[in-house]
Design a protein around this ligand. Structure first.
Ligand SMILES: Cc1cc2nc3c(=O)[nH]c(=O)nc-3n(C[C@H](O)[C@H](O)[C@H](O)COP(=O)(O)OP(=O)(O)OC[C@H]3O[C@@H](n4cnc5c(N)ncnc54)[C@H](O)[C@@H]3O)c2cc1C
Length: 455
């Protein structure tokens, strides 16, 4: 059968990989110049490795993408490390999750089990009384190791649940920055199942690929092609039309007929491509809300922080929410000696950061770096890149599971697989892999059913 897939992000490529291995003719259409979607990278001329447009790492719990990496023979390119993550507090980046190896003065490093690491991180948390830390630690341990079913948790907001169990001080110091970092003005709406999933899957070690996530994506594309799959880049799909013979897919290249079509990407994209969808369904799509992302990447001539990889910044004090010094995770030698720093934020797509020029944003962001490192000077900035994406983080209010549309749309043979259907887990490349596998399985089931009916 002929299957058309719109979008060569991780979800679209994974679905294509599963379908092509079952003997189907699969074509993936990608609007951009390269595959990878939100996980794609860019490269300056003298860098050995590309870097992601939006900061990326994996967790050790990301089983689906780790298994896919193995399946395409790329496992030896995936490695895990323990970089330092921190919370900005009282004028400093305060390390939260140090290396999983604790080094005592003069002694060799000792491995510390995850549970003890969690306890140490909690006891180390800045700006909280001992009682608050204890309450936070007990509630955190219950969430990580005690909760089996997330469903009851989605009936309440993360703010209400954590205020009740951890107390106001721990909510303000720990939970609020975590939620605000992703959801901005929608922080109060986010449900507790999402926060549970986020804490549950976090690991101390973080994963990365040799050659970055773009390296992984290119390996997946190469394997797909070996199986006979086709990937067209720079080929935006402009519309879909249902006929008695199947789906006519109109792209910048031509019009092709497919038995099944999978759309990946935002609800707005699906609405635009398939205006034949019923008004009830399109209303449902419009009700799914999301945050956009604005991320500035700076190539600096000097390191910015003292070995910190990720620092959560307080919104009240800084013009961005995440400061990520990538080269404190991956050596700067892969980037021609540049020290790479991301300044990032999740914002409503109507926010002025989506309209300001790169120079205007640099004028907002760079003075803040002097507060991070008083030695910082504008002459340290060798180059900068600005990436913005309107559809970057779905918003997950109370009882969100009831609002998620199924992967099969009401139109026969048309499927939709997007970040908005990843839940309660926080969207990420691992869940894009799971999503691609799920939608491929649904397509395969429908093809088997159609074959059975004609026999
Ligand atoms: C700031 C930020 C940080 C992140 N950090 C991490 C992280 O640390 N770890 C992690 O695992 N994940 C992270 N993610 C999330 C991860 O990148 C996504 O969950 C994942 O890449 C989504 O894949 P996807 O295939 O579902 O969607 P996308 O990557 O959005 O793919 C959709 C594709 O469709 C294409 N497209 C759109 N319109 C058309 C059209 N008309 N015709 C053809 N093609 C079209 C797009 O160009 C795109 O390539 C992060 C995301 C952001 C924004």
């Amino acid at each position: 059968m002929k299957i058309g897939i719109i979008g060569a992000g991780v979800a679209g490529l994974t679905a294509a990989y599963d379908l092509v291995r079952k003997g189907h003719q699969v074509t993936v259409y990608e609007a951009s110049a390269q595959a990878g979607g939100l996980a794609s990278g860019f490269r300056d001329s003298h860098w050995e490795w590309p870097i992601e447009r939006f900061y990326h790492h994996l967790f050790q719990t990301d089983a689906a993408i780790i298994a896919l990496t193995k399946s395409i023979g790329y496992s030896d390119k995936l490695f895990f490390r323990s970089p330092i993550t921190a919370q900005w507090w009282n004028g400093h980046g305060h390390p939260l999750f140090r290396s999983a190896m604790l080094r005592l003065r003069g002694l060799p490093a000792v491995p510390v089990p995850g549970l003890m690491m969690t306890a140490l991180s909690v006891l180390n948390y800045p700006g909280l009384s001992f009682t608050s830390r204890l309450r936070m630690g007990l509630a955190g341990a219950y969430l990580k190791y005690g909760v089996r079913d997330w469903r009851p948790l989605e009936r309440t907001t993360a703010a209400a649940w954590t205020r009740r169990t951890m107390g106001e001080a721990a909510y303000q110091a720990f939970v609020y920055p975590l939620l605000e970092g992703k959801f901005g003005s929608h922080t109060a709406e986010v449900n507790m199942a999402w926060l549970w999933a986020r804490l549950k899957t976090r690991s101390f070690k973080l994963g990365y690929f040799v050659g970055g996530f773009q390296g992984f994506v290119e390996a997946l594309v190469a394997t797909l092609k070996k199986w006979g799959g086709v990937v067209y880049t720079r080929t935006p799909v402009q519309g879909l039309e249902l006929s008695p013979d199947g789906w006519h897919l109109h792209s910048a290249r031509d019009t092709e007929l497919y038995d099944r079509v999978i759309v990946t990407g935002s609800p707005q994209l699906l609405n635009k491509l398939a205006p034949q969808l019923s008004s009830d369904y399109t209303k449902r799509l419009r009700e799914l809300r999301s945050m956009g992302a604005v991320v500035m990447t700076l190539a600096l001539t000097h390191p910015l922080t003292e070995g910190l990889y990720w620092v959560n910044m307080p919104k009240a004090e800084f013009p961005f929410l995440a400061l990520v010094e990538h080269t404190n995770f991956i050596e700067s030698k892969y980037y021609g000696g540049d020290h790479l720093v991301y300044c990032g934020d999740y914002l409503d797509p109507s926010h002025e950061y989506f309209r300001l020029s790169q120079d205007e944003l640099l004028e907002r962001f760079l003075p803040a770096l002097k507060r991070v490192n008083p030695q910082f000077d504008w002459t340290w900035v060798r180059a900068s890149w600005l990436h913005r994406e309107a559809y970057a983080q779905p918003i997950v209010p109370v009882n969100h599971s009831r609002s998620i549309p199924p992967l099969a749309t009401p139109l026969s043979g048309l499927y939709w697989a997007s970040m908005s259907q990843v839940y309660p887990w926080d969207r990420g490349t691992n869940y894009a892999v799971e999503l691609g596998q799920r939608v491929a399985q649904e397509v395969l089931d429908s093809l088997s059913e159609a074959k059975r009916l004609t026999e």
